[in-house]
Design a protein around this ligand. Structure first.
Ligand SMILES: [Zn+2]
Length: 288
């Protein structure tokens, strides 16, 4: 009997640790981490027109994978790579909706892992790169509200819990996804990966022999001073509180699959925007 093939989407906002979770779940001889592969089929930035794999080798599997078409991509990847699990950290919601609908017809089980950081850590990731707190809060709310409005089945993973207890959290996640866990799976740098378009910082970690999962960073004094006001604004924000409540109630457990997946108005808008960007891509340098 052939095993049921599984596609695991890692969803969540930018800077939520998705590249790392992608590599951890891909750390299995029967799994493969695809990275943010939507950028290859639906490019929107200048560096998306060329595949630069993290392995840097000549006989990289991407030489073959990049030839497959979007419609048959996952199926052909399963066959050609001879794996049971594919992990995709594209996060882009129209892409995720499309692959959920398409792969169901192809008899592939699709799981959506919805990753999130506690808001205070999330804002900090943006604040230290020059984004205002209120902008970061709006971005956080927009992504998760959109995700919920598509009715995708999902399981949430709290990044703060993951870095506090990598082994325990990953084992619980694997149990929920019904995929094998082995001791040390979280040490993703022990496998050679072929990840494309993900966080360069995490991809570079794969190359280091003495790697580790970074604990939550200590906030600088300037940020600490802002925390009481941020917390007070967060508490007053009803929508944010509802989102957090929803996220936390599905921590490491699957929501049911009974609702039908929706394509809300923003699905069409973001597809149009992508088509425009494909012709006029944003200039972009990898963040180091
Ligand atoms: Zn490669």
């Amino acid at each position: 009997m052939t095993k049921k093939r599984k596609l695991i989407n890692i969803c969540g906002t930018g800077r939520s640790g998705s590249t790392m979770v992608d590599l951890i779940l891909g750390n299995d001889p029967r799994a493969f981490s695809l990275g943010e592969v939507h950028a290859w089929f639906r490019p929107f930035r200048s560096h998306h027109f060329k595949i630069i794999c993290s392995c840097g080798r000549k006989n990289c599997p991407w030489e073959q994978l990049k030839k497959f078409s979007e419609d048959e991509f996952y199926q052909k990847c399963f066959d050609w790579l001879d794996v049971d699990i594919l992990v995709d950290s594209s996060k882009n919601l129209p892409w995720v909706i499309d692959n959920n609908l398409r792969e169901k017809r192809n008899n592939i089980t699709v799981y959506n892992v919805l990753l999130f950081k506690e808001p205070i850590n999330f804002y900090h990731s943006y604040w230290k790169r020059g984004t205002r707190i209120d902008k970061a809060r709006e971005y956080f709310k927009k992504y998760y509200l959109r995700f919920f409005s598509a009715n995708l089945p999902y399981i949430t993973l709290n990044y703060n819990e993951l870095v506090a207890d990598p082994a325990g959290t990953i084992e619980a996640l694997c149990n929920a996804l019904e995929i094998p866990y082995f001791e040390g799976k979280e040490r993703f740098w022990n496998k050679e990966h072929h990840q494309v378009f993900g966080s360069m910082g995490t991809r570079k970690q794969v190359e280091k022999a003495q790697s580790q999962i970074r604990k939550q960073e200590e906030f600088p004094p300037e940020y600490k001073k802002l925390i009481p006001a941020i917390r007070s604004d967060d508490e007053k924000d009803k929508i944010l509180q509802d989102i957090l409540c929803e996220l936390k109630s599905n921590d490491l457990k699957l929501t049911n699959r009974t609702k039908s997946i929706q394509k809300p108005y923003w699905y069409y808008l973001s597809k149009l925007k992508q088509k425009y960007r494909q012709r006029f891509p944003q200039e972009w340098k990898y963040d180091q």
